[in-house]
Design a protein around this ligand. Structure first.
Ligand SMILES: Cc1ncc(COP(=O)(O)O)c(C=O)c1O
Length: 392
């Protein structure tokens, strides 16, 4: 039985997979069983930010795998301590909870916010506001936070205590806020929703309103974090610091890990027995995470992401200028174009035929998440493909 048939028979059909199986990856390329190279502009959905099988990450995993794979959280290990230190000292300065995925990191943030609200004002202060079009995960709490009705509908009833307001709508946010709110949770750039950048004004108002109502401001940086937008964390573009930030995706250099990072004031809200995860913060993904952060913090790495991001943005703007696409959005190397016609899935299939891996978030939107080490010639190849394909 071939791979496709086995998936068909044995794996739940929760994904619309592209008809290709990969066996190897290196840098910005994936390879199929026949040795064909595919230029990857999806990066495992912003997981392979350093490219496939980055030597420093592979080395860290190999070394750690030969020493210690797992202890559980009843004990201490050095990689967990060091990864938490690196994240904290380069972001909010408080403490970190390690989980295994973005959804789990957000579950921790949600529980932390609920606990804070309860400590302050009892059970009445429990509402969490999230934004329309946002995406926070697939567990029941994070699905409830994910204000996309079509994703929620089959699984109702959802959790109580969540409200949604349109992204960038300052008036709606102000109307929704009161002292029953324990948190506002948002992505600085909405990823799965189609790469919508939140305005600095909206973030500023969210900060002021959460302060006024003693609620937490939670930034879900699962997709925007770790260099994707051209800063280590997207919040660093503005003056607004969140109280809690969540990370996952590229944190483990392709091993599963998530993190909820709290500012010092909220670092000890969750105490022993309140939250946990058997695998969370294990030595193997944390050792990989330490290698990832060291690479991201190397001199000029982030400047280069911004430079190459600007290059790609200018090239895509060129497509809009010549009328081939409707509009361009994004920040750093998290970019999207809206097409004139709802044929984005077809463009993704055509790209695959030419061994370019692209992704669409809807029938009109193509999203680009190349590895952060992408080169100009690779961007040129993708833009050339778009020019020829969209011209017909
Ligand atoms: C912003 C954001 N939050 C949370 C998640 C969920 O992460 P995971 O799939 O690791 O649970 C995602 C995944 O795409 C995401 O983009």
């Amino acid at each position: 039985m071939d791979i496709f048939k086995k998936y068909d028979r044995y794996v739940m059909p929760t994904y619309a997979r592209q008809p290709v199986a990969f066996v190897r990856g290196k840098g910005c390329y994936l390879y199929d069983g026949e040795g064909n190279a595919y230029l990857d502009f999806v990066s495992g959905l912003s997981v392979n930010n350093l490219g496939h099988c980055h030597p420093a990450v592979v080395k860290a995993i190999r070394e750690q795998a030969g020493e210690l794979l797992h202890t559980c959280n009843l004990y201490f290990t050095e990689p967990g301590a060091e990864l938490a230190r690196l994240i904290s000292e380069n972001s909010l300065g408080g403490k970190v909870f390690f989980a295994n995925s973005g959804a789990e990191a957000n579950e921790c943030a949600i529980k932390l916010a609920r606990k804070c609200g309860r400590d302050l004002a009892g059970g009445g202060k429990h509402r969490i506001i999230t934004l329309t079009g946002g995406f926070h995960g697939r567990t029941m709490a994070t699905l409830t936070a994910t204000a996309q009705p079509e994703k929620q509908a089959p699984f109702r009833p959802l959790l109580p205590g969540f409200s949604h307001v349109p992204a960038n709508d300052i008036v709606a946010l102000a109307e929704a806020m009161d002292d029953s709110v324990c948190a506002v949770m948002l992505e600085p750039v909405q990823g799965e929703g189609g790469v919508h950048v939140l305005t600095p004004e909206f973030l500023q108002v969210a900060r002021e309103l959460t302060q006024k109502h003693k609620a937490l401001l939670v930034f879900d940086e699962v997709q925007t974090g770790l260099g994707r937008t051209g800063r280590l964390f997207a919040y660093q573009y503005g003056n607004v610091m969140p109280d809690v930030m969540t990370l996952a995706k590229s944190l483990g250099g392709a091993l599963p890990i998530g993190a909820a990072v709290a500012a010092p004031a909220y670092s000890d809200v969750l105490t022993a027995g309140m939250h946990g995860s058997t695998f969370g913060g294990g030595p193997l993904p944390c050792a990989a995470g330490v290698a990832v952060l060291k690479e991201l913090m190397a001199p000029e790495f982030m400047e280069n992401v911004r430079r190459i991001g600007n290059y790609m943005r200018a090239e895509l703007d060129g497509l809009a200028g010549s009328g081939l696409v409707e509009s361009v959005r994004g920040l750093g190397l998290m970019l999207a174009v809206d097409l004139h016609r709802p044929h984005a899935a077809e463009i993704v299939s055509r790209a695959l035929e030419q061994r370019i891996i692209l992704n669409n978030t809807s029938e009109k939107t193509l999203r680009f998440l190349p590895p952060l080490i992408v080169e100009e010639r690779m961007i040129d190849e993708v833009v050339e493909f778009l020019k020829t394909t969209l011209n017909v």
